[in-house]
Design a protein around this ligand. Structure first.
Ligand code: ADP
Ligand code: MG
Length: 703
């Protein structure tokens, strides 16, 4: 809906829409220098400028009589200059004016006695806007704004206050925006269907833009919380356009032909399992298999906290596919995780009569045999890393694609794997709980299944925050637990080589630990080690030959060792909350109580300690994710590697969640009613949608 999102607007025919993309330089009062300053802030076109929304508004609706001023009030006053004097202080000159109206007197002061004030003389009328403080005698104000003849548009309403843009003064920005509003928003055709505008009580686009900058009808209290109709309209737009894209994608996919898998016999399979499924697991299995049973390609996301038991659910889906004569591709983000999936499921896959094989990039010549087996259909399920998407891998009949930790893969990688079959079903999995609002924008075109309980018998993990200076206490806990026969992980944030932060690296730490705890077996593992060496260490740890495993975040996913009950996370302040939560999910897997010790350097009052306290208090992944999202914002929450994340300009995922729901409802309703947006009332909407699609496609092509 926001036309300026798209550089590609050839398909938008409406002329007002195209006109709004004129360069900012075409506005009154924007010369070369200002234009450059604007461009540095990402404001290229008139439209970009119109979407730089005010941070707040100043009430300049009416003059406040001097005797009604209260201390701390920001107000507009007018009066006559009664006295003018220049006072020399020790450092600089101060200019003071005494100004009076019929009822009282105020004092206005300027430090440094700016020259432009010298033309004001006693007896002249003057209008001021400033913040007043009431001292013993009379109200005082420092550096108030002076409204002169010709500045009338600066008063008589709510005045927008914009975010800083270079050195451009508020007054100039206002004047430039005013010109843009006057010349470019009138006659702007509105792409949002009138019916939606009516049901949701949203003003027309051109009017909304004008009103947001120079409010006439909005109530100040609504503006403050961004709920004036004009603001709601712009927020709505941003959500609506994205939701419409998702909705149309989904309607399109649901008309594609897919495989209708037969799903009888699933329940008998439960008897092969070494444990009883949780209620959540049974529910999501039912959701997934019914979806597989439908003759359309499944596109479903399985969400579940670490340790909630997603793997067995995936295996049952795999079994369904194989029983129907199809193959399964199971892709995981790291070698370690792929290996673990392969090894940990071996027993079950055998029982299920399912022939599984592993393909990672470190397999050498054996890989050729695996690939042959897959091509000929001898192998039912291929587990692996992104080695699976290599061109040399071809399937005999790929019917189901399972993607673990799906957010670690790009759109393109996922698409390549899917295209190795003919409209296969896709089951994506994630252990990163995602707050609903973010989920709706990220995965709004997917169906979502959630496992929201852990298998019974898990001992809750106790988490405690330690300050760096209490390192000794942490070592004491370590020693004590190990004496009881338990094992420990010690985790370091993965350090980019270029980063010159003063983080002790894992190697050095392992040395230090050996010195402090000389009687314990300490080993180091990290991602740059050769695979066989890493495997050797993991085996030794599993077998209990190692007491403390010092590692980088390679153990973030996929390790399942019940006897390891302690995790120390170093430099905890450098991790996101969700990441810590995931890490600590690696302990607490056995019958012993587990402890997670966070070591951090922070000052008591800081953000970091506040963040870490959250993780100390709760073990609910969804709650943690919400806090994390609120603290860090969506970009950082997801990590920079998340591809295709939509950056909102106006909307805010956390505070505007209810507008998001409304926009989503309308978008899905529209997509269902007219999936081609063929009706003439949608013609502008269709054009804008198409141009945005073309731009998105180009992004994928160059990815
Ligand atoms: P995640 O969801 O993190 O991938 P996993 O699938 O690795 O979790 O399961 C974690 C552990 O819990 C595994 O050892 C698995 O065998 C076990 N598990 C899964 N479901 C159950 C269950 N219903 N009862 C007991 N243990 C279970
Ligand atoms: Mg898993």
């Amino acid at each position: 809906m926001k036309p300026c999102g798209h550089s590609e607007t050839d398909s938008v025919k409406d002329s007002a829409y195209r006109r709004i993309l004129s360069p900012v330089g075409s506005l009154q009062g924007v010369g070369k220098v200002t234009a450059r300053e604007l461009q540095n802030r990402g404001v290229q076109t008139v439209c970009d400028l119109l979407y730089v929304l005010p941070r707040s508004y100043q009430d300049r609706t009416k003059f406040v009589p001097i005797h009604e001023l209260s201390s701390g009030q920001t107000a507009l006053i007018k009066g006559t200059i009664l006295k003018l004097r220049r006072v020399r202080s020790r450092y600089r000159e101060i200019l003071e004016m005494l100004i009076g109206d019929e009822y009282g007197i105020i004092s206005a002061r300027w430090m440094g006695a700016p020259r432009y004030l010298f033309r004001f003389t006693k007896g002249k009328k003057i209008i001021l806007f400033g913040r007043f403080r009431i001292s013993v005698k009379i109200p005082e104000t420092y550096h108030p704004e002076i409204i002169e003849d010709g500045d009338e548009h600066e008063i008589g309403g709510l005045m927008p206050v914009y975010p800083e843009i270079g050195g451009i003064s508020q007054r100039r920005i206002r004047r430039i925006v005013m010109d843009a509003v006057k010349r470019f928003t009138q006659g702007l055709q509105d792409p949002l269907p009138a019916r939606i505008r009516q049901t949701r009580q949203l003003p027309e686009l051109g009017k909304a833009i004008g009103e947001v900058h120079f409010p006439v009808e909005s109530r100040p209290e609504d503006l403050r919380i961004r709920r004036a109709p004009a603001q709601r309209r712009l927020i709505f737009d941003e959500f609506f356009m994205l939701q419409l894209t998702l909705a149309l994608k989904r309607t399109k996919a649901s008309r594609e032909k897919g495989i209708a898998f037969g799903i009888q016999g699933v329940e008998e399979l439960y008897r092969c399992l070494p444990f009883q499924l949780t209620v959540s697991q049974t529910r999501v299995i039912h959701e997934i298999t019914s979806d597989m049973n439908r003759p359309f390609p499944m596109n479903r996301l399985l969400q579940g906290d670490v340790g909630s038991g997603k793997t067995v659910v995936a295996l049952i889906a795999a079994w369904v596919a194989v029983r129907n004569g199809y193959q399964v591709a199971f892709m995981a983000p790291t070698q370690l995780l792929a290996e673990q999936h392969y090894l940990s499921t071996l027993e079950l896959t055998r029982k299920m009569n399912l022939k599984a094989a592993l393909l990672t990039s470190g397999l050498g010549t054996h890989a050729d045999d695996v690939r042959d087996g897959v091509r000929q259909g001898d192998i039912d399920m291929l587990i692996g890393t992104h080695a699976l998407i290599q061109e040399s891998v071809t399937f005999h009949g790929l019917g189901l694609v399972i993607i673990d930790e799906q957010h670690r893969f790009g759109v393109v990688q996922r698409a390549i794997l899917r295209h190795k079959g003919i409209s296969p079903d896709v089951l994506s999995m994630t252990a990163t709980p995602i707050p609903r609002s973010l989920g709706l924008t990220l995965y709004g075109d997917l169906d979502i299944s959630v496992i929201d309980e852990l298998p019974p018998g898990r001992k809750p993990i106790q988490t405690r925050l330690f300050h760096e200076r209490d390192r000794d206490k942490v070592y004491a806990v370590l020693r004590e637990e190990i004496k009881k026969g338990r094992q420990a992980y010690m985790v370091y944030p993965l350090i980019e080589e270029s980063e010159k932060m003063e983080l002790k690296d894992a190697t050095q730490m392992a040395e230090e630990l050996r010195a402090v705890l000389p009687d314990l077996h300490i080993a180091l593992i990290h991602g740059r080690m050769p695979l066989d060496q890493r495997e050797g260490i993991m085996e030794a740890f599993k077998a209990g030959h190692i007491d403390i495993l010092v590692s980088t975040t390679v153990i973030e996913v996929g390790i399942d060792i019940p006897n390891a009950t302690i995790m120390v996370i170093e430099n905890a302040e450098r991790f996101g909350l969700s990441q810590i939560h995931q890490l600590r999910g690696r302990i607490g897997r056995g019958i012993y109580p587990s402890k997670c010790l966070l070591l951090a350097s922070y000052r008591k009052t800081t953000e970091a300690s506040r963040r870490l306290r959250v993780i100390e208090k709760t073990t609910d992944g969804f709650k943690i994710a919400e806090q994390d999202l609120a603290i860090r914002g969506p970009g950082e929450f997801l990590g920079l590697r998340q591809s295709g994340f939509h950056q909102f300009r106006v909307a805010n995922l956390m505070s505007d969640a209810e507008i998001l729901s409304e926009a989503r409802e309308e978008a899905f309703r529209l997509a269902e009613r007219d999936p081609e947006l063929a009706h003439r009332t949608y013609s502008l909407l269709r054009q804008i949608y198409r141009s945005s699609q073309r731009e998105a496609d180009q992004l994928v092509d160059t990815a």
